[in-house]
Design a protein around this ligand. Structure first.
Ligand code: ADP
Ligand code: MG
Length: 302
């Protein structure tokens, strides 16, 4: 789902009860993906908005409407670093296309695809855009929302101890038997290695945005899918940004925002009560989750 493998871990119930709960949660998550995606052939209200005539009012599905308002709040709080209206740019770069594009688009096309500031407005219960470059893209937050929906369904099914892990984006509840859950934060340059292991329990989410998930190297330079709304190009200076927050929706939105803001965004995220870990372009770690006495990880590699 959502371009990644989703893994469910459940303890404390029968195999049968776990299977039933996982099926229900996976169905709910698949429904979220279909409702929010701007890819594929299936239609939805997001795509209807994205092809609407500027000035027309479009009614979004109620869940899309709510998540858009949340996304716009994160946009405001992150001073525009998170922007759910980069659909034109996202489609132009084509990191999520099938197959993904592997060379950068021309500079003038990039400049032309940047949406005007504040390009969307709520009107009479619907949404209006003022430019055809103003296209919704929930790629920075919908995976987190899907994980939250999945956890809600597991809870409804009577599950108290579980993890949903969507390609490293996690929400967990309860414990793993007599110990907390153990969560590894990936090393952005060494596949299979972790830079930090966390012991967590209760109900909490850990989400990482990284430049190693969807990328290519072109003329020696790394191009990846997290775009700086001010330049239209992949954000530079950070390899990965991890957020611990109460919900996966918040953690997902803010990990994308923090990736773009870099170290100057740490205070902003911490003021929201989140715990953060940033790996910068030299491999150095920043934020409250930095292990004490840790030396820089692999500063030599690109
Ligand atoms: P992943 O999908 O790998 O977990 P992110 O949560 O960081 O990573 O989301 C990246 C996706 O978010 C991109 O593929 C694109 O759809 C969208 N996106 C890219 N740049 C931004 C941005 N500045 N603000 C909001 N969404 C973005
Ligand atoms: Mg995100």
């Amino acid at each position: 789902m959502m371009g990644t493998l989703v893994k469910f871990t459940i303890v404390g119930v029968s195999h049968q009860q776990a299977e039933t709960a996982i099926q229900a949660a996976a169905d709910a998550m698949q429904r979220v993906e279909a409702m929010f995606t701007i890819y594929g052939r299936h239609d939805n209200s997001v795509k209807a908005f994205n092809r609407s005539t500027p000035g027309d009012t479009i009614t979004l599905a109620p869940e899309v409407d709510r998540l858009l308002q949340h996304a716009l709040a994160i946009q405001a709080a992150s001073h525009g670093a998170f922007n759910p209206l980069l659909g034109s740019l996202d489609l132009l770069w084509g990191f999520s296309a099938d197959p993904p594009l592997t060379t950068p688009p021309p500079a003038d096309s990039i400049a032309a695809a940047i949406p005007p500031p504040a390009c969307i407005e709520k009107q009479r219960g619907g949404w209006v855009r003022n430019s055809s470059n103003c296209k919704l893209d929930f790629g920075g937050i919908a995976k987190g929302y899907a994980i939250d929906r999945g956890i809600a369904v597991l809870k409804e099914q009577g599950i108290q101890h579980a993890i949903i892990n969507a390609g490293g984006d996690i929400r967990l509840i309860g414990r793993h038997g007599d110990r907390p859950w153990r969560i590894g934060i990936r090393d952005p340059r060494h596949k299979g290695e972790v830079i930090r292991t966390l012991e967590l329990e209760g109900d909490v989410s850990v989400v990482t945005s990284g430049d190693y998930e969807r990328f290519y190297i072109y003329k020696g330079k790394r191009y990846h899918h997290i775009l700086d709304p001010s330049s239209g190009y992949p954000a530079r200076g950070i390899r990965s940004a991890t957020i611990i927050a109460p919900t996966a929706t918040e953690a997902d939105g803010w990990s994308t925002a923090l990736f773009i803001l870099g170290t100057k965004g740490i205070a902003l995220a911490e003021a929201k009560g989140y715990k953060v870990l940033l790996v910068d372009a030299k491999g150095e770690l920043h934020g409250a989750l930095t292990p004490l006495h840790e030396t820089p990880v692999h500063p030599q590699s690109e």
